[in-house]
Design a protein around this ligand. Sequence first.
Ligand SMILES: Nc1ncnc2c1ncn2[C@@H]1O[C@H](COP(=O)(O)OP(=O)(O)OP(=O)(O)O)[C@@H](O)[C@H]1O
Ligand SMILES: [Mg+2]
Length: 250
Amino acid sequence: MTLLPQGPLLEAESVSKRFGGLRALDAVSFTLEAGELVGLIGPNGSGKTTFLNVLSGFYTPDTGCIRFMGRRIDGQEPATLAARGIARTFQITKIFRRITVLENLLVPGLTDWTIGRQAAGEKARAILARLDLERLMDAPASSLSGGQAKLVEFGRVMMLEPRLILLDEPFGGVHPTLKRLMHDTIRDWNAEGRSIILISHDMGSIFDLCARVVALHAGRVIADGTPEAVRNDEAVIRAYLGVDDTGAAS
Ligand SMILES: Nc1ncnc2c1ncn2[C@@H]1O[C@H](COP(=O)(O)OP(=O)(O)OP(=O)(O)O)[C@@H](O)[C@H]1O
Ligand SMILES: [Mg+2]
């Protein structure tokens, strides 16, 4: 990979996003250094997916700014950001069910066709082998299990060779064998120098994979530190118990 400019890989500065009267993100500031693998946790509706959506260009923040490799990226299109090195998976898996597994990795826009059709095909096959999906490459994507479909999303991420990978709840409802494969893949990506933000309600996975955890609640960052420190943080415990700051259950 090319040399990075000085400074963090990703910087979100006081990012806010409203939906009507609801503050889904309320002045979120967050910095990610190159090579970090950060867990993003928080109760349902705390703004985790919304944060990934603004980082990946699916939403434009109302206020605040986002810098990636030193340049402003807020408001840019998802495809532009994918080309610049930000790839993601979705909480609700988004694959093309009517085409084959292999074709899902060769969708224009995800694939760098300048390398040529044959090279792209070879790259896709190698990725599918790594994800243990090679024998299913010519099967329609509709025939896959939920976990396998999620792995196809992982495969699409790998086609992009991104610098930053955003994973939204990859382990939900996934068979333990596939979950282990996902863990290994995430570790491999990180060992290759890719930075990762991992949203998960699965604290076991977060503890296994992440040295740093950020907790959101009601659109605000309420804790940022080691998994141990964040798990024992009082504000985090209150947020998960559904108790507001006055001590009353919400
Ligand atoms: N497109 C949208 N339009 C209106 N409200 C939205 C939209 N997207 C998210 N919200 C609201 O913003 C808040 C944050 O949602 P978000 O999906 O970011 O939460 P989350 O932390 O990912 O939750 P979960 O753990 O359930 O996935 C919620 O109250 C949600 O209903
Ligand atoms: Mg979500």
